[in-house]
Design a protein around this ligand. Structure first.
Ligand code: ADP
Length: 159
């Protein structure tokens, strides 16, 4: 079975992330969406809430697993039996950052391949940062988020 890991902060998971996931599922038998977090670095949503949001966003989708992890992505790939890492690309800036991370990962584990999936043009401007800014300022971020995610519900769960 061909399994890929789609790691990210996903704070929160957006329509752009969902689009990358749909593309990845065309290439792999299973995709593990993994919320990577650093226990000393807080986020907008707690990792558990981010996982809940992704589970809701991917409800009914086959061959998707959602979880969180800390530590090295290449180590988590091994744990999940994944030999590919999926990353999405919006801009040349994304490419520059991502290629450095991909090279470092390759040094650490040459058996794990990184695959870049370009953003769909209608989603290429969407980022979790923009969504957080909209939410912090009381705006409506629905147009950036998967349809069945009721973000107000998760906002109430923040401390
Ligand atoms: P990270 O902090 O690990 O970059 P993000 O949640 O911001 O986590 O992004 C996870 C992955 O999704 C990254 O590869 C990022 O480039 C990609 N991504 C984010 N937004 C989009 C989008 N709108 N379209 C395509 N890919 C995206």
């Amino acid at each position: 079975m061909k399994t890929a890991l789609f790691p990210g902060s996903f704070d929160p998971f957006t329509l752009g992330h969902l689009d990358v996931l749909h593309s990845a599922l065309k290439l792999f038998d299973k995709v593990v969406v993994a919320v990577g977090y650093n226990s000393t670095k807080g986020g907008f949503f707690d990792p558990e809430i981010r996982v809940e949001i992704i589970k809701k966003a991917t409800e009914g989708m086959k061959n998707v697993e959602v979880c969180s992890y800390t530590g090295l992505t290449v180590d988590f790939c091994k744990e999940k039996g994944a030999n590919c890492i999926i990353r999405g690309l919006r801009t040349t800036t994304d490419f520059e950052l991502e290629s450095v991370i991909a090279q470092a990962n390759r040094e650490m584990n040459p058996d794990i391949l990184c695959i870049f999936i370009p953003a769909g043009h209608e989603y290429s401007f969407i980022s979790s940062t923009v969504v957080r800014d909209v939410l912090i300022n009381g705006g409506d971020a629905k147009c950036f988020l998967p349809k069945n995610v009721d973000i107000e519900h998760y906002l109430k769960m923040r401390d």
